[in-house]
Design a protein around this ligand. Structure first.
Ligand code: NI
Length: 395
């Protein structure tokens, strides 16, 4: 059922007619959420549907990943990606189709993403209104576990060569019927660190007999907060957050060491390298001054998600055809969240867009136990995928 403002959208009629069917698929996936690399039921459903649509189907990439291929003569090739995994969250929506798996929940809308790509696959398999090859990529483990990286390592783009790859994510807080697309960075790189400042423990009343790592750690934490303001170009962005500080066991003993943990977010390799370099330099200098030692380990996680110019333009064009030019936001503020589609964009040109999910019940943001994907967005996202393919692979 399509309501209100959505009647003004240029949905593909056959896709709009599939809304009830897609809603049923989505709610079934929602009731059966599976987390990283355990998406066995989801992958089986995806593979079965793709086969029923008449596509060539490959399973087992990155364990539970599924790829469907639509070949229709010579022409360009395009990859479209959806993520299938859920989160370890106890659902609190109270919906009739709420999770039936304890402690697991589709709180990021990947149930909707999977459904929209299935809807587009069904439509394109029926119309074959494109000349070339469409690769439908259903990936596992987007949350935390780098399923996109595993699919790339598993030979995704060697087995299924594509000229460009596209992704989308629903975005609560953006109006239903709007799409945000921009060239350049859209989601941040995420790195974490574990550091230790090693001094020399002493009696709390006789600090001069030891090296106090707590005082050194306080200076280090403060000094790190100068990096973004003093060492990073004001037109670039970065976040340095110390999120754990652990030391000591009692009132009157200066501990031997302080352990720090935290996270760094940035939008480019240059900024990320600069932050790492300055964190190390400040910490080493301060600790040397105090007679303490500084050691740390950095863990690189997802890189920044960076859209290429041409593909961002093509995505914006397809988006405008579906939601109208006035409903395409070309200048969204990038998010400091991270997204593992970045690994695919590291390999191929492409674009990742945000699809308006509306305010949601209580204004729920992603990863909230009361979040739900908005079924009214299903036909919008699926229509976007189809228009994109028709434009990229003209008959
Ligand atoms: Ni997500």
């Amino acid at each position: 059922m399509i309501h209100g403002q959505l009647q003004n959208l240029n949905l593909i009629p056959a896709i709009a007619a599939m809304v009830d069917e897609m809603t049923a698929w989505r709610r079934d996936l929602h009731a059966h959420p599976e987390t990283a690399y355990e998406e066995n039921r989801t992958a089986a459903i995806v593979a079965e549907k793709l086969r029923a649509f008449g596509l060539e189907v490959h399973t087992g990439l990155a364990r539970t990943g599924v790829v469907g291929v639509l070949r229709n003569g010579d022409g360009p090739s395009v990859g479209l990606r959806a993520d299938m995994d859920a989160l370890n969250i106890v659902e609190q929506t109270g919906l009739p189709y709420a999770s039936t798996y304890p402690g697991k929940m589709h709180a990021c809308g990947h149930d909707g993403h999977t459904t929209m790509l299935l809807g587009a696959a069904k439509h394109l398999a029926a119309t074959r209104a494109c000349k070339g090859t469409v690769v439908f990529i259903f990936q596992p483990a987007e949350e935390d576990d780098g399923g996109a990286q595993e699919m790339v390592a598993d030979g995704l783009f060697e087995k299924f060569p594509v000229d460009a790859v596209y992704g989308l994510h629903n975005w609560p807080g953006m109006d239903l019927g709007t799409i945000a697309v921009k060239a350049g960075p859209i989601m941040a790189a995420y790195d974490s660190f574990e550091a230790e400042i090693i001094g020399h423990g002493a009696h709390g009343g006789m600090p001069h007999l030891g090296v106090d790592p707590v005082v050194a750690a306080a200076q280090v934490i403060s000094a790190w907060q100068s990096i973004v303001s003093r060492n990073i170009d004001p037109y670039d962005s970065a976040v340095i957050s110390v999120t754990q500080v652990n030391a000591g066991d009692t009132f009157n003993v200066i501990p031997d060491a302080v352990r720090l943990k935290g996270a760094i977010r940035s939008f480019s390799a240059d900024v990320r390298d600069r932050v790492w370099d300055r964190m190390e330099g400040l910490a080493q200098g301060i600790c040397t001054g105090f007679g303490a030692r500084f050691v740390w380990a950095l863990h690189s996680s997802y890189p920044a998600t960076i859209n290429t110019d041409t593909e961002a333009g093509l995505a914006a064009l397809a988006a405008a055809e579906v939601v109208g030019a006035h409903n395409v936001n070309h200048h969204p503020a990038p998010s400091m969240g991270a997204e593992d589609f970045a690994y695919m964009l590291n390999e191929r040109p492409g674009c990742y867009v945000w699809l308006g999910n509306g305010p949601g019940t209580g204004g729920c943001m992603l990863h909230n136990p009361k979040y739900d994907f908005n079924d009214e967005a299903l036909a919008i996202g699926a229509s976007y995928w189809v228009r994109l393919v028709e434009n990229l692979l003209p008959v």
